[in-house]
Design a protein around this ligand. Structure first.
Ligand SMILES: Cc1cc2nc3c(=O)[nH]c(=O)nc-3n(C[C@H](O)[C@H](O)[C@H](O)COP(=O)(O)OP(=O)(O)OC[C@H]3O[C@@H](n4cnc5c(N)ncnc54)[C@H](O)[C@@H]3O)c2cc1C
Length: 397
């Protein structure tokens, strides 16, 4: 992708690509595709290697282990990582969601303790927001943290928690009774997943892996210095964390989607060269062209958000626009891919199952980090001033 890079950014990218060529782990990683312990260990090592090479936390302050670079530079490096088909970044929740929230809201002790450990892969994080009866309507959460002595005791359940089984820490949202019975009675906690009383039940996803989990908290003690921000500020902090998640995830995705489309086009051309005409029928050609056009719009949008964020934080509806657009665009892209490649693309044996995996994984895109309906509600209220009475978009308030 031509990002219109400055001379300095071009040099950074070239330095990164040289580093990558020398440091890329050989694939497959141990137990890759089966999500065993060996796989997670290999991903931690890969995260550590990125950190030691100076390629983790690029936009984070130097005093917390980051590199102090711009978000543009960070997005460019994320993009290169996605384009080179490197192993996934295991610290994605820590780096994209928890870290930026700690930088903005954490105490100095919390920042110094957690941030370097996120970057070097020693702490993996999960996000404990959603509950069986509280997803979009996060305000209905029932997990409670009661004040006892010099800490809190947590009781409750969380569900659809990504990385639950491997996480070391959890960013937990819980009611802290005693305050007023509204959003102000919610607090955010940094919870050690090894604390007695936490049980994790893995949940199999449609893609076959067990990255989801259900968490049960039974009498879990959390020290008072592990509250993030002030008690009662949890709602505001959680909304901020979700904005980081929507933006940071989105910014890194252009290259990944671009790589998918490039692979698809290469396969279509190869099919044409071997005499197969089906994939090049007029209908499919125009779907591929449409996917390309959407990708260019997405790219321009990413660029705009990056440029405006250099001056001021993105507004919540900007992050919603980005999330809504990339998640629905990716679903259209993988649907096009499956249609163009034909039924064989649904097989695990075809291209190692990558096309069906992309298709199935994309189903979650429009649900995670706030559903498309919630994003539209947020855009309607915040950007178009269409009023809260048009729907209760609680996860985005
Ligand atoms: C891949 C993936 C990863 C995830 N990872 C995590 C994680 O790590 N941590 C975590 O806490 N959660 C995680 N989640 C959960 C996710 O945040 C929730 O699934 C999501 O917020 C929706 O909540 P819900 O599933 O309870 O659906 P519901 O809120 O019950 O929604 C059901 C349907 O109703 C619609 N709806 C609900 N309210 C409104 C409204 N006001 N206006 C219009 N339509 C509405 C929704 O859009 C949806 O279509 C993940 C989900 C996925 C798919």
């Amino acid at each position: 992708m031509d990002w219109g890079l400055t001379e300095e950014e071009t040099q950074l990218r070239n330095r990164f690509l040289r580093w990558l060529a020398a440091n890329l782990p050989s694939r497959p990683l141990p137990e890759e595709g089966r999500d065993g312990i060996g796989y997670w260990q290999a991903l931690r090592q890969w995260q550590r290697r990125l950190f030691e090479g100076g390629w983790a936390g690029l936009s984070w302050p130097v005093r917390y282990g980051g590199q102090g670079a711009s978000e543009r530079a960070e997005a460019m490096i994320f993009g290169e990582l996605a384009a080179q088909n490197v192993p996934e970044r295991i610290g994605v929740i820590g780096e994209s969601l928890v870290g930026p929230t700690l930088i903005a809201e954490g105490s100095e002790e919390q920042r110094r303790f957690f941030l370097p450990r996120i970057l070097d892969g020693s702490h993996l994080w999960c996000q404990g927001f959603t509950e069986p009866e509280a997803g979009s309507d996060l305000q209905s959460l029932t997990t409670r943290a009661e004040r006892r002595g010099d800490g809190y005791v947590v009781e409750g359940r969380k569900i659809w928690t990504s990385y639950a089984a491997v996480a070391d820490w959890c960013l937990l949202l819980a009611k802290t009774p005693g305050g007023e019975a509204d959003r102000r009675s919610v607090s955010c906690f940094l919870v050690d997943m090894k604390s007695p009383g936490i049980a994790v039940r893995p949940i199999r996803r449609i893609t076959g892996d067990r990255r989801f989990g259900e968490l049960t908290f039974s009498g879990v003690a959390v020290p008072a210095h592990r509250v993030l921000g002030k008690p009662g500020e949890g709602w505001r902090i959680a909304m901020r964390a979700l904005e980081h998640e929507r933006i940071k995830l989105g910014l890194a995705l252009y290259e990944r989607f671009h790589a998918t489309l490039t692979e698809l086009i290469a396969k279509v051309k190869a099919a044409r060269d071997s005499g197969e005409t089906r994939a090049l029928s007029r209908g499919y050609r125009s779907k591929i062209a449409q996917a390309y056009a959407e990708l260019q719009v997405f790219r321009a949008h990413v660029w705009r958000v990056l440029s405006s964020r250099a001056e001021a934080p993105a507004s919540d509806f900007q992050s919603a626009l980005l999330k809504l657009f990339w998640s629905e665009m990716n679903q259209r892209l993988v649907q096009t891919a499956l249609a163009v490649l034909g039924d064989r693309a649904q097989l695990e044996t075809y291209d190692n199952g990558i096309w069906i995996h992309r298709y199935l994984r994309a189903r979650g895109d429009t649900i995670e980090a706030g559903t498309s309906e919630i994003m539209r509600g947020l855009i309607a209220r915040r950007a178009l001033k269409l009023g809260a009475d048009m729907g209760n978009d609680a996860r985005s308030c």
